[in-house]
Design a protein around this ligand. Structure first.
Ligand code: 5RP
Length: 232
């Protein structure tokens, strides 16, 4: 069975965490999009929720799905956020940002009562780091920031640690996030201590945020061929 079907199963299981009256953080990426479209069907059937999007792309999908949206500054509380991930380890630590939305995703996850992560089986890892770690940086002096990130990776025991500016599909221009920042993708191979690396990265002035989500996810839903496994 395909990853697409596993994503559908994971998204369907995540709907259990949503009920009328809730404000729901809406993640970004293909798995979150499947969830948003399924949520839209429930909204058309009478479910009353308000969505808070984590990206401009997600806002478009949610609007198409008939979900009422609010900006994060206009809600008192976010009851639950459902989002995807690029990698998840056994301690519920995540790598996110493959779609370049990690800053808003992290702000919204951090502001939520509960973060539910929806993934297919390929995203479960013994250790994080196979997926290049996205780091969102200010465009100003990004080459200096890249060198500092390289040093932080080395100090964290990541010898490989190539740091590459993400480019748009045409390969010419840098990819620019919704917040106007660049993304540096760091080839780590493995991240032995995600918390230590997080601290080092956040001490670099040009780093806006990074894709390690530590202590945020409380529920992981893994889509499988015949259903979904919920880990709490
Ligand atoms: C976007 C993200 C996504 O949640 C992550 O990249 C997973 O995406 P997908 O569900 O398409 O594999 O962090 O910034």
């Amino acid at each position: 069975m395909s990853a697409a079907e596993q994503k559908t199963h994971a998204a369907a299981a995540a709907l259990e965490y949503v009920s009328s009256g809730m404000t729901v953080g809406l993640g970004s990426g293909s798995t979150a999009e499947v969830f948003i479209r399924q949520l839209g069907e429930l909204v058309r059937g009478g479910l009353e929720i308000v969505g808070v999007p984590t990206s401009e792309q997600t806002a478009r999908v949610a609007e198409e799905s008939g979900i009422t949206l609010r900006q994060i500054d206009h809600v008192d509380r976010i009851h639950v956020t459902v989002d995807g991930a690029d990698e998840v380890d056994g301690r519920f630590q995540l790598v996110k940002g493959g779609g370049g939305c990690l800053l808003r995703e992290k702000i919204i996850a951090h502001a939520s009562d509960l973060m539910v992560v929806v993934i297919d089986e390929t995203k479960l890892k013994g250790q994080l780091g196979e997926f290049p770690l996205p780091v969102e940086v200010d465009p100003f002096a990004f080459t200096i920031t890249a060198k500092k990130i390289f040093d932080a990776l080395r100090a964290s025991g990541i010898a490989h640690g190539d740091v590459k500016l993400r480019r748009r599909g045409d390969g010419l221009e840098p990819f620019v996030t919704d917040g106007g920042h660049y993304i540096l993708d760091c080839a780590c191979t493995s991240i032995p201590d995600a918390a230590a690396l997080s601290d080092r990265l956040l001490h670099i002035p040009g780093v806006v945020e990074h894709g390690l989500f530590i202590g945020l996810a409380r529920v992981i839903i893994v889509g499988e061929d015949h259903g979904a496994r919920v880990m709490e």
